[in-house]
Design a protein around this ligand. Structure first.
Ligand SMILES: N[C@@H](CCC(=O)N[C@@H](CS)C(=O)NCC(=O)O)C(=O)O
Length: 222
């Protein structure tokens, strides 16, 4: 039997939004296919012809006897999966925790433009002596404040923002990789959170995929 879900993703090393959608699917525990579009060759242009938004991630849901149904945009994909897989608890069960998790995820989804522009995700890269603009420093400060507050207010039952893994961690996992890539100074809470994220089996799997894709690409260009 084929999987109901196919997630369109971009290059694992670079596509932070794809990582968010992919982690959300991993949280459901259901098997799914991925369809990769490299950002380094002509595959990139094909995204526009296959994904309704022309962007990744985009989730195709097979329906017997009907055309597949599409959900696009990482936040919409997360919400759809939270609703259709309630036993996976993609959002925290407590209303206040859930509202906070939605707030911090939405803040990430619509904000932190300076961090995103000046520190693009590149999982395998390490940049030394990267100097941050004042605007990016403000983004970094706000993110670490959010992490401290989530961990303090809701994180007692585990190592993630709301204790157990949730969609909020899917939204901030790519931020952790940026902090590591660009050597961003982390307070104690952020450093412990970064350890939890990098130890997450799904993050290890994605990072391994990113590393392999980059190695293959470099061999090809030699
Ligand atoms: N708001 C969207 C953003 C998606 C987005 O910007 N995706 C980028 C890659 S990370 C993309 O598909 N870009 C098309 C391209 O670079 O050709 C989401 O949350 O999914």
């Amino acid at each position: 039997m084929t999987n109901a879900y196919t997630l369109l993703i971009g290059s694992r090393n670079l596509s932070s939004w794809s990582l968010r959608g992919w982690l959300a699917l991993k949280l459901t525990g259901v098997p799914f296919e991925t369809k990769l579009f490299s950002f380094h060759n002509a595959e990139r242009a094909q995204i526009a012809t296959e994904s309704p938004s022309g962007m990744v991630p985009s989730l195709s849901i097979a329906r017997p006897g009907q055309a597949p149904f599409w959900v696009w945009d990482s936040l919409a994909i997360g919400e759809f999966l939270a609703e259709t897989h309630p036993s996976a608890h993609l959002w925290p069960a407590d209303s206040f925790a859930r509202a906070r998790a939605r707030s911090v995820s939405a803040e990430m989804h619509s904000g932190f433009a300076d961090l995103r522009r000046t520190c693009p995700m590149n999982i395998v890269k390490r940049v030394e002596n990267h100097s941050l603009s004042d605007e990016t420093k403000r983004n970094v400060g706000r993110i670490q404040q959010l992490w401290r507050e989530c961990r303090h207010d809701f994180g007692q039952s585990g190592d993630f923002l709301f204790g157990a893994l949730s969609l909020a961690d899917c939204f901030y996992a790519p931020v952790v990789t940026r902090f590591i890539t660009y050597g961003v100074a982390m307070d104690e809470t952020a450093a412990a959170y970064a350890d939890a994220i990098t130890s997450w089996a799904a993050m290890k799997e994605w990072t391994e995929g990113a590393t392999q894709e980059e190695a293959t690409r470099k061999q090809g260009s030699n």
